[in-house]
Each structure stands twice: as C-alpha cells, then as structure tokens.
Design a protein around this ligand. Structure first.
Ligand code: UD1
Ligand code: MG
Length: 474
C-alpha cells in the first residue's frame, strides 16, 4: 500500500492516559512490553509509518514515563503530548486535542495505546475506506471485528437494514445486545470538525459514569452524518489488551510474526519456531540456524551462517558471520567478530569485544574485555577489564583480580602469551608479548615479554629463548 496517498490532511491521536486497572500492575498499561517493546512504542511505530502531519498522544497516568518511551521511538517534531490530568473516559481524552485539531480540516485517526499489533496497512485501508465512503467520504468510520467471545468490548448495533446505529459498551448492554459478536476495536477515523462538535454533546450517563467516545458515532448519525463501519477480518491484530492473559497472547502473535518474517524473508532456520524469542529490532543473517529456546533481545545484529544452540540469550549485541554459540550462553552489550566459537555456558557482558576466531569455552566470564584474533580462553575463567592480544592462550582457571575492594583495574596481556592454569593476575598488571606464566602463579607485577614467571608471588625465572617459546606453546 502506498502511504503517500493517505498522508495528506491526516493526524493521528493515540489515547494512552489510562491506568489499565485490569492489568493489576503498578506500571501503566501502555508501558507493558510486547516482544521487548512497550505497547505504546508499537502503536507509535504504526502511526509513524503512515507519515501523518502529527501524532498527538494523550498522556496522564505515569505520563512522564510514557513520554520518555515515546521519545525514544519518535522524533520530537513528529509528536505532541496532551495531558489528561483526570481520566474521565475516552471522549474526555479525545477532547484534550480540541485546541490542536478542532479547527482543522483533516482526518483524525484514533488509536488506543493498548492495541499494539495493529498494522500500518490495515490503518491505511481504513483511512481509504473512510475517505471514499459513498464517493464523498464519511464523518466517522469505525473499525470493527467479529469475535467468538466479545465479552468486555463495546458492541456494534446495526438497524434492521444492517446500517450502523450505535455502539453499546458491554457494561451498558442488554442481554440481547451482549449476543452481538461484532465489536468496536477502539480504532476510528473522524473528520476533525465533526468529531469535536459532537464530542461536546457527550455526557456520562452510563454504567461507568465515563464520557464515552463510543457515543460520538451515534450522535453524528442522529445528526444525519454518514457513519461507516469497516469490518476487519483478523481479530487478533486489532484486539485491545486489557489483562495479562491478553498480553501473553499478543506476545505470542507478534513473536510468530517476527519468526515467520525471519524464515521467509531473511532465510533463517529455526529448529523450533515455537520456542524462538526474537524481539523487534533484531536482525539475523541468512543461513543462520537457531536451536530451541533461544532469546534474542534489544538491538541485536547476527550475521550470516551462525549457529546458536539451545538456552542462549543474546541482548544488545553484534555477532559476526559463521559464529558458533553453544548451549546456555548469556551475551549482553558485546561484539563478537566472525568465526568465533563461544560456550557452552559462557557469560559475555559489559562491552566485551572479541576479534575474529576467538574461542571462549565453558564457564568463562568476560566483562569489558577485548580479545585479539585467534586467542583462546577455553575453561573456567574470569577476565574483566582486560585487553588481550592475538594468539594468546588463557589457561583453565585464570582470573583477572580486577577489583581491590575500592576500584577496578586493568589487565593487559600481549600477543602469543601463554597464561598457565590457575594464574591470578592481580591488576593493574601487564604481561608482555610471548611471556609464559607457570600454573598457579600469582602475578602481582608486570611480566616482561618473552619471560617465564612462576610462583606466589610470581618471579621471573628466566628469559625464554626462541626455541623454548615455541616448545611451551605446543
Ligand atoms: C474501549 C471502547 C470499547 C472498545 C474497546 C476496544 C470506550 C468507551 N470503549 O473500551 O467500545 O470495544 O476500547 O479495545 O471507548 N484512555 C485515556 N483516558 C481515559 C480513558 C481511557 O487515555 O480517560 C485510554 C486508555 O489508556 C486506553 C484507551 O483509552 O489506551 C482505551 O481505554 P480502555 O479503558 O482500555 O477502554 P476499553 O474499556 O477497553
Ligand atoms: Mg482497552
């Protein structure tokens, strides 16, 4: 669909001031995440894809936090926040935009902050339908959907000829009306002037003592305006989230959408797509294989031809090509270059950077550490605040003692170094190129290059000859 056709005279209004009582949460409903992003962020992305003149967002409950999240997604010039200090209902929420929109000749697309799965193409189709209704456009077009179980939603009541008559909220509906399966999605297009004229006529004489936006289409119709209903065929896309069950369902639907796209468009293999937890903002290269129970979160990039085995979580990281990540690894805020092998059970965090062909084995923890090409730490190590050169081998049980109880200190290890098993590197400390530490050494002072140190504390035993260096390495 070509969004350029619908963007003129279009403004979007997102209602996001409510608490969301049914979530039973201290966090505003629209901030609950679906596939790693708050609901409001998903709605903002959809709105922004339509390229409207402006996106207005009604905020109230935890409004400052909602605002912060929105500004992570949208540019300040795209959006305007409208405070609704007291939440008196959806009509009251819309009236917050009166000053901004009442005098404008434009279409207002109203979205709820709690409908995160809605797609831009569906919105564009709604706007087109609204503008072309009976050749001259409608004053209001309601997006409806049929639900097997419509409990809780506002019902679309039609007259005997099938034309729209009114919306009745679940709590105000008669037993007969409750049987109606066609519901109001809470998504509408309105012609701005008509909307605000009718809004001033809404009262709160209903079961919830709220000012319902759902009264506006009825008022417009009574005044002889054209009100259309656009029935959508995918209930899951347009259903609002009101409780944690619906939140979990939305998560599953979006997760499936993401994984499907990865398989069909990106060429990624999932051994079990049902247990792949891939967030939005994740990119995975062609011919990468993801085993069951893998989570990939945040802004993460994974190259082509990688293998990621079960139980691994990767967050906000960049992984190169042909990287093999074995079972149960945790990788956070780090960069891993091509052809590395990681795990099983490795923990890589804090802006760690691995250059090509590095091997990190089981029970190795890396924090804020850079490791050069071809180096290895294969077993049971903690390497924190360290810089390690190329082709260096870190023996089993090596620890950088980077913390003296007050401060963190760096460890610098050169190229072609062999750190013997169980070496303690008491930082700050440097180990020169080609040096060797004996098993169990406690290194408290810098080690000159091409030297062998041993003992507690480690002392230089001898300067290594070239032949010896190679011998030790093998
Ligand atoms: C609303 C509709 C209902 C529809 C359903 C679809 C009304 C009266 N009812 O009901 O017909 O079937 O959505 O999901 O509109 N909000 C504010 N300020 C307020 C009240 C609400 O900003 O004073 C916001 C909420 O944060 C939420 C949205 O409006 O994002 C919808 O409010 P909610 O309370 O969820 O309405 P529903 O009862 O779901
Ligand atoms: Mg709702």
């Amino acid at each position: 669909m070509e969004f350029a056709q619908i963007q003129t005279n279009l403004n979007v209004l997102i209602l996001a001031a409510g608490l969301g009582t049914r979530m039973r949460s201290n966090v505003a409903k629209v901030l609950h995440p679906v596939c790693g992003l708050p609901m409001i962020t998903h709605v903002c992305r959809t709105a922004s894809a339509l390229m409207p003149e402006k996106i207005y967002i009604v905020i109230g409950y935890q409004g400052e936090r909602v605002k912060q999240f929105v500004l992570e997604e949208l540019d300040e010039s795209q959006v305007e926040f409208l405070w609704q200090r007291e939440q008196l209902g959806t009509a009251h929420a819309v009236s917050m935009a009166k000053e901004a929109l009442a005098e404008k000749d434009c279409t207002v697309l109203i979205l709820s902050g709690d409908v995160p799965l809605v797609r831009p193409t569906t919105m564009a189709a709604l706007i087109q339908k609204h503008r072309s209704h009976r050749g001259k456009g409608a004053s209001c077009t309601i997006l409806s959907v049929k639900l097997e179980d419509p409990t809780g939603y506002g019902r679309i009541i039609r007259d005997e000829t099938g034309l729209f008559e009114r919306i009745v909220e679940h709590k105000d509906a008669s037993d007969e009306e409750k049987k109606v399966k066609e519901i109001n999605t809470g998504i509408y297009c309105f012609e701005s002037r008509k909307l605000f004229e009718a809004l001033s006529k809404v009262d709160n004489s209903n079961a919830q003592r709220e000012f319902y936006l759902t009264d506006v289409p009825r008022i417009l119709r009574e005044e002889g305006e054209a009100v259309a209903v656009y029935q959508h065929n995918d209930p899951r896309e347009v259903s609002g989230i009101n409780n944690r069950m619906e939140l979990a369902e939305a998560e599953q639907i979006l997760r499936k959408r993401i994984v499907k796209k990865m398989m069909l468009d990106y060429g990624v293999t999932f051994i079990d797509p049902n247990t792949a937890y891939i967030n939005e903002y994740v990119n995975i290269g062609q011919d990468t294989t993801i085993y069951p129970n893998v989570s990939i979160e945040g802004v993460t990039e994974i190259g082509e031809g990688c293998v990621i085995r079960s139980g691994t979580r990767i967050s906000n990281s960049r992984i190169g090509r042909n990287v093999e990540i074995l079972d149960n690894c945790l990788i956070v805020d780090s960069e891993i270059a091509d052809d590395c092998i990681i795990g099983p059970m490795a923990h890589i965090r804090g802006k760690t950077k691995l250059e090509r062909k590095v091997k990190i084995g089981n029970f190795v923890e890396l924090k804020k550490t850079t490791i050069g090409e071809g180096s290895k730490a294969s077993h049971l190590s903690y390497l924190g605040d360290a810089t390690i050169g190329t082709n260096t081998n870190i023996g089993a049980g090596t620890i950088t003692c980077n913390y003296d109880g007050r401060q963190k200190h760096p460890t610098i290890i050169g190229n072609d170094v062999k750190i013997g098993s169980d070496t303690m590197l008491v930082a700050p400390v440097k180990v020169g190129d080609g040096a060797v530490t004996g098993a169990g050494s406690v290194v408290i002072e810098d080690v000159p290059s091409d030297s062998l140190v041993v003992g507690v504390p480690a002392k230089v035993k001898k300067k290594l000859k070239k032949e010896e260096l190679i011998e030790v390495k093998e």
